[in-house]
Design a protein. Structure first.
Lengths: 261, 245
């Protein structure tokens, strides 16, 4: 048992199998209506059917593309704000205040304002994602930049006097661990915000995302489709978190600058 | 004048709202190719003086000159080995740290040449097999030797060493001391060497410098004074060092 627990993939799959068995057991007992809890097999069939013959694949692609774009914008913006804060104390104090105000605001609370400003289309969803990721990214990046050990900075200054070189070769690599921590939080918030936004706004442009898929299935009272959608959301969320973990393993954990979790 | 010249250096720091005077008008010169070891009690301002020579800090009053020109900031020609174990960049392997430093300072250096020089200095410091390791995989003493390898590889005109051998065992320490002397003889490298080890100070320099408590004055010990006993006496009598000699 201890040997098995060493591998995360084995752990994950093992427990998922246990949950599936419990679920299947509940269905076999015949006490729950299939309308409330469809059989795993039925969910799988619906999932494959929608993926192969329906719009699910396109909807997943749509969600991923929109979140990538939003996170990309947030990344560039947070990097810009964090760097300006590093070099200007006045700007740093302004950015800190702005972040203290904006960070605790859930995207949903801003929704009415976003609808008034951006409508209910694509730009509104992007605005929600940017708001959700920008602040945690900025907070973590600034923390990382500020915590760069003085020895590295001074060693770097002895090697090269260019501030840009120092930024790229000392400050940024030294804040990799905080940056990845910020990405994890940012991603988690963006993914949740995106799905909620899609469910509220419905189809954006010609195709909606996974959130819209969930919404459609709710309206149709298609519980199996609903379950399939929930699994897609959970799986993608888990997959990206694993990717970020892998990035951590390949960088900061290897460098010994962050304790392995 | 060639070499390092620190004239009438005053330096104070703001600490919890009050000025804290560290150096009060000290003078120190190290001619080209000369090794000056700097002794003194903890807190007497040795590291501050070294940081001024490196260009990390600036004196409030007085002049810091390198080869006759004022020191205006850090430079690869005045390279520092700190006391801290973690001064190699942890995101680069040990060998890459040295190659990267070499190629940053001298962009014309080819990859191969940088590689050869890094390998040479790793071997000299007893780390021939460690080039592909991450700094975090080295022990404290090995990290320190790797930092020395990087500094030696850069062949700076002025080497500023802040207790660089404190973490090494006595055999490694002697090897490093010999290596340092050899390097200085070969490249006419000037060295300012802060240490707490009296024997080391005497071994590396015929006339060690002694920074008195409170950073008031630097005494250069002459041949008669440069022995364990008189240095021990100096260290045990803060505030009265001038009278001791």
């Amino acid at each position: 048992m201890k040997k098995l627990l060493r591998y995360r993939v084995v752990q994950r799959l093992g427990w998922i199998c246990v949950l599936l068995l419990v679920w299947q057991g509940a269905v076999w007992s015949g006490r729950v209506s299939p309308l409330l809890l469809p059989a795993p097999r039925q969910v799988l069939e619906t999932f494959l059917d929608r993926l192969l013959y329906g719009e699910l694949a396109a909807q997943i692609g749509f969600s991923l593309a929109i979140i990538l774009r939003g996170t990309g914008i947030a990344l560039v913006a947070s990097l810009g704000i964090a760097l300006l804060s590093l070099y200007s104390k006045v700007f740093a104090s302004f950015a800190d205040t702005l972040c203290a105000l904006a960070h605790p605001l859930p995207a949903i609370a801003l929704l009415p304002l976003i609808i008034v400003w951006f409508g209910v289309g694509y730009p509104a969803v992007i605005a929600i994602i940017v708001h959700s990721t920008l602040w945690p990214l900025f907070l973590n990046l600034t923390a990382g930049l500020r915590a760069t050990p003085r020895v590295y900075v001074e060693c770097g200054k002895s090697l090269c006097s260019s501030p840009l070189w120092l930024l790229g070769h000392v400050y940024l690599p030294a804040s990799a661990s905080s940056f990845l921590a910020g990405m994890k939080i940012g991603w988690a918030r963006a993914w949740r915000a995106l799905i909620s936004a899609e469910m509220i706004f419905g189809a954006v442009a010609s195709s909606g995302g996974v959130g819209w898929f969930l919404f459609q299935n709710r309206v149709m009272m298609d519980t199996a489709g609903l379950f399939a959608g929930i699994f897609v959301v959970a799986l993608i969320g888990m997959l990206v978190e694993e990717l970020l973990r892998l990035a951590e393993q390949k960088t900061v954990v290897r460098w010994g600058v962050s304790a392995p979790q | 004048m060639q070499g390092l010249r620190l004239q009438n250096i005053h330096k104070s720091f703001e600490r919890e709202g009050s000025r804290h005077r560290v150096l009060e008008g000290v003078n120190l010169t190290a001619g080209e190719g000369e090794t000056v070891t700097l002794l003194g009690r903890s807190g007497s301002g040795k590291t501050t003086l070294l940081r001024i020579a490196a260009g990390y800090d600036f004196p409030d009053q007085g002049a810091a000159l390198w080869n006759g020109a004022p020191i205006e900031g850090p430079s690869p020609h005045r390279f520092v080995v700190f006391q801290s174990f973690d001064q190699l960049f942890p995101w680069r392997r040990v060998g890459s740290n040295i190659r990267f430093a070499l190629r940053t300072v001298n962009p014309k250096l080819s990859r191969q040449e940088a590689g050869e020089r890094a390998a040479y200095w790793l071997e000299q410091t007893g780390l021939a097999d460690c080039g592909d390791l991450w700094p975090s995989q080295l022990s404290g003493g090995m990290k320190q030797r790797a930092a020395l390898a990087r500094a030696f590889a850069l062949q700076p005109g002025l080497l500023l060493l802040d207790e660089p051998f404190a973490a090494l065992d006595c055999i490694q320490r002697r090897t490093m001391q010999e290596l340092l002397q050899e390097l200085c003889a070969r490249h006419h490298c000037t060295v300012l060497f802060v240490t707490h080890d009296i024997e080391e100070a005497l071994y590396l320099s015929p006339s060690p410098a002694f920074l008195t408590a409170g950073g008031r004055e630097i005494l250069r010990l002459n041949r008669d004074q440069a022995n364990q006993e008189s240095i021990r006496r100096l260290l045990s009598q803060p505030g009265d060092e001038e009278a001791m000699l």
